[in-house]
Design a protein around this ligand. Structure first.
Ligand code: BMA
Length: 342
């Protein structure tokens, strides 16, 4: 029995899993799937690469919303199905988004999708054009029809993920507002909505800057996991080198009822590019988490992350070990721990 409990999601006995290798010398208790990447190049007709993608349990297996970079260079979202969360069948057609009336309503481009079930409805959020990069959203209950929702924010914002349940009676979303370029800055903010249409009660969650590996910008990653210690959040942090940006995976724990308050923030990265499929690809040195699967019974967590803007990678951790590591190495600043409104 683990001493940290995962509180939402339920048992997932068929979660993809490998034990930590005995000779693993990484500081943080996160280890990669030995057969990574789980989705390789040219995975479907007209799609050159799939990365930065999100998965969730569905029927007796798993479903995924996949960032597919088409051979014309434009990203769109594709659907994937898998029995085991490791071997994926990718639909050759883009997800056919519609408006409320069922008419086709496709974004011009769409990338970095997240997929979050809340009360039986599966919500997606991604980055798309809205007279500038902003957040798009849709919902489905059957993975056949996908109905677009109102765009939650005005431009510019590139990075959004929902919490898996309402908090204080409101849907809650993390995002990273930014400017129009490939922004060399950015903090994580939180917004709430009574109806998935009107978003407000904006709060600052945490800033980049404190640690060298995430000194340039940070952004939400996987949907936060509800635990007995708070919301366990895997996010991405970016550093700048003379050879470009490096994207690593970081960890923090947010207050359960007031998630704009950071309780613990790990000053070390949890996973940084070091395998060939992370260091070499369309954009080298990128580990970009977008989803987790978790099993409430064993505390096992599987993390899906985009690797080098080219592949999907899978890594594993265990809730006790990762929460202990984050707490043991935590360093928070005032902008992390305060409620986040001025
Ligand atoms: C970010 C996003 C991600 C991408 C990353 C590295 O700004 O565009 O989709 O993985 O850059 O290229």
């Amino acid at each position: 029995m683990q001493h940290v409990q995962i509180l939402t999601g339920g048992p997932l006995p068929n979660i993809p899993w490998q034990d930590r290798p005995e000779n693993d010398r990484h500081d943080a208790p996160i280890w990669r799937y030995t057969e990574n990447p789980v989705i390789g190049r040219n995975p479907a007709p007209g799609v050159a690469r799939i990365f930065n993608s999100a998965v969730c349990p569905w029927k007796d297996g798993y479903v995924a919303v996949l960032r597919g970079e088409q051979v014309n260079g434009i990203p769109h979202i594709y659907l994937g199905h898998s029995k085991d969360g490791i071997h994926w069948d990718v639909d050759p057609e883009k997800i056919p988004f519609t408006d409320e009336k069922g008419n086709p309503y496709m974004p011009i481009y769409a990338y970095d999708p997240r997929l979050i079930p809340i009360d039986g409805t599966y919500y997606m959020c991604w980055c798309q054009d809205f007279y500038g990069a902003s957040i798009g959203m849709a919902k489905t209950t059957d993975f056949k029809t996908f109905t677009r929702l109102e765009n939650p924010y005005i431009p510019f914002n590139r990075n959004a993920v929902l919490f898996p349940r309402k908090i204080g009676g409101l849907y809650t979303m993390l995002s990273r507002p930014s400017d129009s370029g490939h922004t060399p800055f950015g903090d994580i903010f939180l917004s709430q909505s009574p109806d998935m249409t009107f978003w407000g009660k904006h709060r600052h969650v945490m800033s980049s800057g404190g640690n060298w590996w995430e000194g340039v910008k940070i952004g939400g990653g996987a949907a936060p996991i509800e635990t007995s210690e708070g919301w366990l959040m895997f996010y991405h942090g970016v550093s700048s080198t003379c050879n470009g940006f490096v994207y690593s995976i970081g960890g923090a724990i947010l207050d359960i009822d007031e998630p704009s308050r950071v309780l613990y923030r790990c000053q070390n990265y949890l996973l940084t590019p070091e395998e060939p499929y992370e260091e070499r690809g369309f954009v080298p040195n990128v580990c970009f988490p977008c989803a987790t699967l978790q099993d409430t019974e064993t505390g096992r967590i599987a993390i899906y992350y985009g690797a080098a803007d080219t592949y999907v990678g899978l890594a594993f951790t265990q809730v006790d070990e990762i929460v202990d590591y984050i707490k043991r190495n935590s360093k928070t600043s005032q902008t992390d721990t305060e409620i986040g409104i001025r």
